[in-house]
Design a protein around this ligand. Sequence first.
Ligand code: SF4
Ligand code: SF4
Length: 194
Amino acid sequence: MVSSKDSYHLFQRPDNLCRLCGLCCRVATTQYPSEKVVTMAEKGDQGAIDFLSAFEPYNSIDEARQVSAETVDNIIQRLKEDGNYKEDQITFYRCRYLDDNNLCTRYQDRYTLCRHFPASPWAIVPPGCGYEGWLFTKREDIKQKIRKVKEELLELQLLKSKTKSADILIKISAVEKKMLHSIELYKKYGSENW
Ligand code: SF4
Ligand code: SF4
């Protein structure tokens, strides 16, 4: 499932940066424990259904590491940085449709999640992925915009503290709400500290 703000980035994403290394198909994980992904699929979540249709789990983290230790360790490090890492809840997967020549055997009919990857500037991509630089730039652009919003918010709140008119206060509060919402949208990526 791609959120509206991620759809915006998806729309902007260049198509020609993929180096066809196949690592994102060979070593992947989900933001939820495997049991929850199964439950989501049973409840009809199309993203979960597609994911489980394409990907099969490795037996252990070490088995995934044998395929690409760098990719596994990068994912674990990023999850730890975001405070989302639980060793007993993480599962790594490989796609059934990647052939020995690193080619997708259902490329023309690949899943939406494959077409969209990496959909968000915060997507965790394997080290060396062609999208690394672009994703970094997008993240920095967003951080810059949020910093500007915070500056403007302080000015607005100062103005609010000096305003007596009820009508103007209502308008200021509406703008303030929108600004706070913009910051909140990126809270899970650490916007409070940018
Ligand atoms: S990891 Fe990046 S460069 Fe490699 S196949 Fe996936 S999207 Fe393309
Ligand atoms: S279906 Fe194709 S593009 Fe999607 S993960 Fe599998 S090999 Fe990669």
